[in-house]
Write a protein that binds this ligand. Structure first.
Ligand SMILES: CC(C)(COP(=O)(O)OP(=O)(O)OC[C@H]1O[C@@H](n2cnc3c(N)ncnc32)[C@H](O)[C@@H]1OP(=O)(O)O)[C@@H](O)C(=O)NCCC(=O)NCCS
Length: 390
């Protein structure tokens, strides 16, 4: 098949038929354990969730300038517009930002530079004007049109399953490697039975009262978490980097982590009803997010069941008690492993004593692109945890 020159191509928001076509294509890659109908139905349900509503989710296609609505588009991806915070001076400022997902080129179009070009063009439709080069490169043809409602973002993030290089090379100009760079791809894993055994044998003193968080109360806890993040960011003087950013877990972002997997966990027996825990002065008191965890369950066959911690705020002295509670929950649901991303440095030592092992992951590498004049080396991604995965 003859490759189309990039000068004839551009990035467009997908029309309804293209969204469906894109989902049918990606089923081959990401539909494990589901039929095509189930996969499409899950996305239709997900479209109604807060994370996607109000045009927060957009599917983009790379297609010829003269047939933007073609169903034979060359590749596609998705963006989720989200709320974040950016700290440059004393106070964190609210920021618009993006999660990028589902980058896909059908096998017949692969290795022709299409995905790379689409991702380069994506900057030109989601980044602020002042962060882009002054001239759109002539060899790329006409500049992509801005789309009404696609408010420029302060940064964008994606999770690479194709190594650290591919997305870095998707720059704002040809042959420029100012694309997305990897940041903090660490995982800590606990074997549930082993850790439970270690912890159960230890002396229990001054135990905390725990409040189990169902769908409604975990949502409430994420809302509270936002204020804490803002507060912590204002006082994050121990962070050596002058600019810091974070996604916020509310407005459907953290919730997406378990709603996305509902098709699988709702078949569990017993069906899970709790999605987090927090320390509390009493079982009825409102959630206290100073000791707080939320999670999702990855129970998709044929792999063994995993509980993935999505948000975690805990003092090192309380980690042991918290993990003990989580292992008890995990055992009830036949979960073998607990996984957490980018555990805070202050928790690493304790986690080792609890049997946790920490390593660099090779997949889902968190990568960010900063849309500002600052050097990426001066940027810190705070709370780079699983809650903002997409
Ligand atoms: C990854 C994917 C999107 C690449 O699409 P593509 O249109 O073939 O990519 P490009 O032609 O633009 O690739 C440009 C360069 O990226 C690199 N690259 C391409 N696919 C790669 C992969 N799977 N792993 C690592 N590097 C890759 C190559 O260096 C390539 O240059 P080359 O062909 O000269 O060697 C496509 O293979 C795909 O859809 N895979 C399945 C879904 C997936 O894994 N998506 C990514 C999720 S993060």
């Amino acid at each position: 098949m003859v490759s189309l020159p990039v000068s004839r191509l551009s990035i467009f928001p997908a029309n309804t038929a293209q969204v469906l076509e894109s989902r049918k294509r990606t089923f081959q890659e990401w539909g494990r354990g589901m039929t095509l109908e189930e996969y499409l139905a899950r996305d239709t349900i997900s479209d109604k969730h807060e994370v996607s509503r109000d045009s927060r989710l957009i599917t983009w296609v790379l297609a010829p300038h003269d047939s933007p609505g073609s169903l034979d588009f060359l590749c596609s991806c998705e963006t989720f517009r989200r709320d974040g915070l950016v700290l440059k001076n004393a106070r964190p400022e609210p920021a618009n930002c993006y999660g990028v997902a589902s980058v896909f080129t059908p096998p017949k179009h692969r290795r022709r530079g299409y995905a790379k070009h689409m991702m380069s063009l994506l900057h030109w439709v989601i980044a602020p004007e002042e962060s882009l080069p002054t001239e759109f490169p002539t060899e790329w043809g006409n500049r992509p049109q801005r789309v009404p409602g696609v408010t420029p973002g302060a940064f964008s993030v994606l999770y690479s399953d194709v190594g650290p290089k591919f997305y870095r090379l998707c720059g704002t100009l040809p042959n420029q490697d100012d694309g997305w760079i990897v940041d903090g791809p660490t995982t800590t894993c606990f074997n549930v039975l082993k850790t439970h055994e270690i912890l159960s044998s230890r002396k229990k003193e001054g135990r905390l009262v725990w409040r189990w968080l169902d769908e409604a109360s975990v949502r409430e806890a994420w809302n509270e978490d936002v204020s804490y993040m803002e507060e912590e960011m204002s006082h994050s003087s121990n962070c050596p980097k002058p600019v810091q950013f974070t996604f916020l877990p509310n407005k459907g972002v953290a919730e997406f982590q378990y709603l996305r997997r509902q098709y699988f966990w709702e078949k569990m027996d017993p069906k899970p009803v709790y999605w987090g825990l927090c320390a509390s002065s009493s079982v009825k008191a409102s959630p206290d997010p100073t000791t707080f965890v939320s999670w999702t369950l990855d129970v998709r066959p044929p792999r063994s069941n995993k509980l993935i911690i999505t948000r975690l705020r805990v003092h090192p002295d309380r980690l042991q008690e918290l993990i003990l509670e989580i292992t008890a929950f995990a055992m009830k649901h036949s979960v073998e492993t607990i996984e957490v991303w980018n555990l805070a440095k202050s928790l690493l030592d304790v986690s080792q004593h609890l049997g946790g092992t920490t390593f660099f992951r090779e997949d889902h590498l968190p990568c960010f692109k900063w849309y500002g004049s600052e050097n990426p080396e001066d940027i810190a991604w705070l709370w780079n945890e699983k809650f903002c995965w997409c």
